[in-house]
Design a protein around this ligand. Structure first.
Ligand SMILES: Cc1ncc(COP(=O)(O)O)c(C=O)c1O
Length: 396
């Protein structure tokens, strides 16, 4: 069976190239520019801006569409909490919309129920590698004039009705953190086809510099050296990625298909192995979807077995741990205790974070078993799938 290296020769070659430039300021934004060009080409998008991670991306995407104090942003509760941190970083109020029990995704119907005159944007997450139902969500967004930010940290080269995930909303966000399909250890990217948004994204993520642009991530030497130069035209953040990390991300972008396919093949091995069982059900992937399988997500459907019993037996029989099992964001201690670093007062008082606001997600979350799909050797994936079948047979 197939096996690949997660880090290959190209990653090393490009890192060596950056090191050979000696980190002079004049050598900045060379590898990052190449990465952005390659990313645009891979996704068929007009603009790409590189970031230090996939949380900063979400913050700046919201700043770029004009989200700020008093505004509400609709988010799913079932996701890694960084989705919501982006909203809090923009001093806005997150509003949690419920999910579908089979696809695990935020739904257009739930989003519509959460809309108020203060709603400015929606962040949709392509959870575990699967897109939400974009057509319905985009229709709601259009009707209410809301921006749509795609959080595709877990979805590289997934598809929705033939379209590449990342090209449907106004802006799409990716993470290059170590668990993701492609990685540079840490890192992130925003893509968009909207030039105005791209300009703002670059400016706000590069300290509000006047001299940066859609395909320019640093200001020129002449500008830097001019005491009369008006360099900061806006407040901003320094969310840039290092050239060394960009080098790794470029090589990973060039071989992205291979990195995605190996996860999809692992998932297929799991999928075939558990077909027809009555204990766990896979996240429902509709016919018009290509799941990028950041993880192989399932839910326990046999109420007589607890999550811990199943996971422990799987480990005992040779399986791996669960890939990621987050609490619902509003059930995390930082929401329960309003540990918002003095920003809790900025949240709109009309929005509730009490248990019961998203009943489907609350019932689903304790039952989700998201298995690893990041096996770079499919023989290992096959052995783990066998352990999963043994676990299911044990409980049958
Ligand atoms: C759905 C989702 N959004 C955002 C993030 C944040 O990305 P990063 O860790 O690069 O900040 C992650 C993962 O880390 C994620 O899984």
């Amino acid at each position: 069976m197939k096996s690949i290296n997660r880090v290959g020769e190209k990653e090393i070659e490009y890192v060596k190239e950056v090191l050979s430039w000696g980190f002079r300021a004049s050598a900045g934004y060379r590898m990052t520019k190449r990465l952005e060009e390659a990313f645009c080409e891979k996704f068929g998008s007009k603009y790409a801006v590189t970031f230090c991670n996939g949380t900063a991306t979400l913050h700046i995407a919201l700043e770029a569409v004009g989200v700020g104090l008093g505004d509400e942003v609709i988010v799913p509760p079932l996701t890694m909490s960084a989705t919501t941190f982006g909203v809090l970083h923009a001093n806005a109020t997150p509003v949690f919309a419920d999910v579908d029990p089979d696809t695990f995704q935020i739904t257009a119907e739930a989003i519509e129920k959460c809309i108020t005159p203060r709603t400015k944007a929606i962040i949709v997450v392509s959870l575990y590698g699967l897109a939400p139902d974009f057509d319905k969500i985009m229709a709601v967004a259009k009707k209410h004039n809301l921006a749509v930010i795609e959080d595709d940290a877990q979805c590289f080269l997934g598809k929705y009705k033939g379209r590449t995930v990342g090209t449907i909303g106004d802006i799409a966000s990716f993470s290059f953190q170590a668990s993701k399909h492609m990685t540079s250890s840490e890192g992130g990217m925003l893509i968009t086809d909207n030039e105005e948004l791209a300009k703002k994204i670059r400016c706000y993520s590069c300290l509000g510099y006047a001299g940066v642009g859609t395909n320019k991530g640093k200001i020129s030497k002449t500008d830097i050296q001019d005491p009369e130069y008006n360099r900061h035209v806006s407040m901003g953040w320094n969310y840039r990625l290092s050239e060394v990390a960009s080098a790794v991300a470029l090589a990973q972008t060039e071989r992205l298909e291979e990195l995605v396919e190996i996860r999809q093949q692992s998932a297929k091995i799991f999928d075939d192995a558990i077909k027809g069982n009555t204990i766990i059900a896979p996240q429902k992937t509709g016919e018009d979807y290509v799941n990028a399988y950041w993880a192989y997500a399932t839910k326990l459907i046999d109420d007589s077995i607890t999550w811990k019993q199943f996971r422990d037996k799987y480990l005992e029989l040779g399986g791996d741990g669960i890939y990621s099992a987050w609490k619902l964001t509003y059930q995390e201690p930082f929401f329960k205790n309003m540990a918002m670093l003095h920003r809790e007062g900025l949240l709109n008082k009309t929005v509730s974070y009490e248990d019961g606001i998203c009943p489907v997600a609350e019932a689903l979350q304790p039952k989700i078993l998201a298995f690893k799909s990041n096996y770079y050797d499919l023989n290992v994936a096959a052995a783990k799938a066998e352990a999963l079948v043994k676990t299911i047979n044990y409980f049958k």
